[in-house]
Design a protein around this ligand. Structure first.
Ligand SMILES: Cc1ncc(COP(=O)(O)O)c(C=O)c1O
Length: 380
């Protein structure tokens, strides 16, 4: 199988990740933060090590500002539903994933927030001048996808954070496509909230993710329940991360995420980015040499994450993905990628697209096999 669906979830996971999950399941790990026996403490130490490693990678000053979640979606829901109040205005962009858009639209219907989706160019570029003009006196939050999961375009989040703060708003970054694949400096760039998955470029297991939350922000918790701390209180504890981590955590998953994060740090995020970028350029060049193929997002030579979405004129995206799977054992994803707004931006709302996405384990040979398959299927 040639796996080119890393934007959905990374595969294969490094052997260290599989070993760490297995050890957590087989070894002496009980429920962390619950009880003082050796097995509970061992689990607690593993979870703490994962927080420390993630804090180093993402430039987070305080490990207790990292709240584990089950994926990016749950971290985004915690941030969005925990901060917004009736009458607040939110600025989002026209490439948001449904994990941002649906919670926003839900709050629009139920408590009456206002949302502006900023137009981007077809390549996914944002005009800072337009951004500045979108603020209102009641703008409470800017939410944006660091990299579009359709276009692969990357937004200048440091600059967006600066402008948001000048306008009295907070910023929430959806780092689903960048954590582990593109540098993120949370403290340096003053990012108030960052939601990210453990199961994509951090190479951890599915069922892992986190929200990094500035110490200055208090959110209404999404979940209320047991934390192993202050059990006599009726209220959710104020202490972090317990306040936002009700229920037994996914200890084996977080052990795997620790191993994945360490693997990424050993290679270096910049090296991972360079490797994936070079592969995207190779795929783009190969596809663009075939007649009737259009590639979405930034042009050749521009920054992008490991995503190349494309269409073959007159062919159905789902049919292309089906043939790649059945006849060439190549896994890609067709359709709307949970991001109809991004398809509107790319003018592909009526047809969708095929998305090939690479990871650190992808090779030039994988890219060549994809290009040859498309050549064979659609040569004029
Ligand atoms: C930009 C973006 N945001 C959010 C998500 C949702 O991530 P998760 O599946 O970890 O909830 C994805 C997943 O593909 C994504 O690409």
């Amino acid at each position: 199988m040639i796996y080119l669906d890393h934007a959905a979830t990374s595969w294969p996971k490094p052997p260290e990740v599989i070993e760490a999950v297995q050890q957590a399941l087989q070894g002496q790990m009980a429920s962390p933060g619950r009880g003082n026996h050796g097995m509970a403490l061992q689990a607690g130490r593993t979870i703490m090590k994962a927080r420390i490693q993630l804090a180093k990678l993402l430039d987070v000053k305080n490990t207790s500002d990292i709240m584990f979640s089950s994926n990016t979606t749950s971290a985004l829901n915690l941030a969005i539903k925990g901060i917004l109040k009736p009458g607040d205005h939110v600025i989002a962009t026209m490439v948001e994933h449904n994990s941002v858009r649906r919670p926003l639209e839900f709050l629009k219907r139920t408590i009456g927030i206002e949302v502006s989706y900023m137009e981007l160019s077809t390549e996914g570029e944002l005009s800072l001048e337009n951004f500045q003009k979108t603020f209102q006196s009641n703008t409470r939050l800017v939410v944006c996808s660091h990299s579009s999961n359709l276009l692969g375009s990357i937004l200048p989040i440091s600059e967006l954070a600066r402008i948001a703060h000048l306008n009295g708003a907070l910023i929430l970054i959806d780092a689903a496509q960048t954590a582990g694949a593109y540098p993120i400096r949370i403290h340096e760039d003053k990012l108030d909230m960052v939601a990210f998955p453990g199961h994509k470029s951090l190479l951890g297991p599915q069922g892992t993710g986190a929200l990094v939350l500035s110490p200055e922000i208090d959110l209404v918790p999404l979940l209320h329940g047991g934390t192993g701390s202050q059990s006599e209180e009726l209220e959710q504890p104020n202490v972090r991360p317990d306040r936002y981590e009700a229920g037994t955590p996914n200890t084996p998953g977080i052990a795997g995420l620790l191993a994945g994060t360490s693997y990424v740090m050993n290679i270096g995020v910049n090296n991972i980015y360079q490797h994936e970028w070079a592969l995207t350029q190779h795929i783009m060049q190969g596809l663009l040499d075939i007649p009737n193929i259009s590639v979405l997002g930034p042009g050749l030579g521009a920054e992008r994450t490991g995503i190349v979405a494309f269409n073959v004129k007159g062919r159905d995206a789902a049919e292309i993905a089906f043939h790649l799977d059945r006849n060439y054992q190549i896994a890609v994803r067709a359709g709307y990628h949970c991001s109809p707004l991004a398809h509107k931006t790319a003018s592909t709302l009526s047809i969708g697209a095929v998305r090939a996405s690479v990871g650190y384990s992808s090779t030039k040979e994988d890219a060549d096999i994809l290009i040859r398959a498309i050549q064979e299927m659609y040569k004029a």
